[in-house]
Design a protein. Sequence first.
Length: 754
Amino acid sequence: MKRTIQPALILFFLYCINPVALFSQDLQRINLVPQPQVVVEKKGSFLWSENTPVYAEPVFQELAKLFAMQASLSLPRPYNRNLKSNTHCIIFRKQKFTDTSSAEAYKLVITPQQVQILAANEQGMLRAMFTLLQLQLLQTEKTLVPCGEITDAPRFLYRGLHLDVSRNFFPIPVLEKLLDMMALYKLNTFHWHLTDGPGWRLEIKKYPQLTKKAAWRTKNSWKEWWNSDRLYSAEGAADAYGGYYTQEEAKELVSYAAKRGITIIPEIEMPGHSEEVLAVFPNLACSGKPYTQSEFCIGNDSTFLFMEDVLTEVMQVFPSSYIHIGGDEAGKESWKNCPKCQARISSENLKDEHELQSYAIKRMDKFLSDHGRKLLGWDEILEGGLSPGATVMSWRGEAGGIAAAKAGHDVIMTPGGYCYFDNYQSNPATQPEAIGGYLPISKVYSYDPVPAELTADEARHILGVQANTWTEYIPTAEHLEYMIFPRFLALAEIGWSSKNQKDWTNFQGRLQQHYLLLQRKSINYYRPQPTLEINSVADTVSRLSRVSISSEQYKPEIHFTTNGSDPVKSSPIYMGPVDVKGIATIKAAILNPVTGKMGPVMAHQTAYHKAIGAQITYNLPFSNSYPAQQEYTLVNGQTGSFTYGDGQWQGFEGIDMDITLELKQLTDVKKIAVNFMQITGPGVFMPNYVEYSWSKNGKDYSAPVRIMNTVPDTESKLVIKPFEVMVNRQAKYIRIKAQNDKHGFLFADEVLVY
Ligand code: ACM
């Protein structure tokens, strides 16, 4: 019998190899970010033209007007129930939902005839209409919106973005553009960091000196200013850099945001980060002199009169229930030597300077609550006792948030390791200077704002999540967009979508569509790089390294080698983690499907070396702030990444590193190397030298061999450098000393013994 292939099978095969079919199978037509709770895709599209009429129930007339303006449609007409169900139009209708208590819940029903936008109130309607606008902006043909039904409500009440306008000043139109993007992605709180040492930014009518002088510094570049005398100038002076918002401008921005469903929370810093205030009102410093300290004098009642006057005006501009009073990073040294502060400590029966800070926050809390507002502060406000009405922003990791939630306080999670948009988002060597860290979009996406340590009851205090954008190294609006986008999209999704919907690959797929939207909105977003990140971890049971390779590209074809040669098209394709024995160099690159050429080759040394699991004695202690995995860190077979905050790099603060390794047995040691990191912004420097000596018995050591540093301390970009020494001897004990001549931080990882 002749074997024939059925036509249906041929069609099936064609479908499988047709890239368009594969693509559409892979990526859905409704690719929203954040992912809604329920999306049911339907066949067909709604044809959207400039003549499409909009109808709205009376309660939604104003919103529908904003929608019509944004979508270039004619003004909405009043909706009445006699409108035929097949009328081609967009309708804003009120509908109560019985299955959710969220004020932001909404439903969108898109058929070829009609788009129905349904919500119980304004907040829900805002989320719905921006969802529809987003959906339109995602289509390559903006006139065709895919049909389907979307039912949605947020996971968290609070979804915030913070912006520091003190270190660099951004004019109102820049902020409006940011608010427009927040609305499109359902972020609902803009935290406006208005005051800090590098400049006061809000008009206060009672204290014009704040904007005549404290809003202007002498150097354009924050870094130059910070590294010089940190002087202030005056409005209109030739050397003045800065700016401020008038109260009228701020009110207009508040109203602009409110129309888009966004609350603006102002931050007025106290008691620290206040050099600019003390420069113009030195009587509020302990010393009574300008340029001597950053903190207000807490012993002086004038400090509280000043803050209360300022907050009185702030509350007239900002209707938000929260007012942020800062509270972070106050140095407490000046209070120790200040008679007024010490008198306050004694008259108020306070234990120490921490309680003095807490006293100041409690006074502000009482003042705000007497005026019907609530106090929000960074997690340092926990120190010395949390004020009764305070809500905490947990930024130094999650510990502050956990403690506050357990004590029954509301919390907003914004931990440095996941939520700081001033950190590098890619290999620092390829990026414009940033403050440090390493926060690729995948890490933002991986964050769950509810810490595992909390019970369900305690978790109710987690109001939501926020990303912070400190602007030391962000001087322009373009650069600001570059640092915020596309990480902003990951933030939007972790704040809105339910936990069980989290799916990185699916998000990455949707992200591809959103690059089009970002282009349509002229956002200068960070483009995913063709480089790769290669990591390895030691598997001590099988005694090998497990290598994983990740990319910012969407499902790229990655080729790799394990013998140190450059990968070519015929090298194996990376499909998942690869096990490698001993010490090997892994090289990998992406095959460019258009040119057929290999992209940049990335190399990584796996480290199943001879010291894995060795005992380490610390002759000098590691830093309690950066212990990584304590005694295991330096010999765990995993090398640190681009940031010292990754739990791999071990810190030594102000002192040398001095350790002794005891290997499991007498070992043939060919070479020893220790990697150190330099990133000068946060005070991390290479050691002046690393000194090695070795011994068979732990008593008689070889003469030390010194390896000198060759990286200049003027190199401010991230450098990771191994200090290598050839040994070619048998040894069981190895002593390693690294001299910390700059007295900043040393960061080491890993100690490699070959
Ligand atoms: C902060 O990053 N200092 C709150």
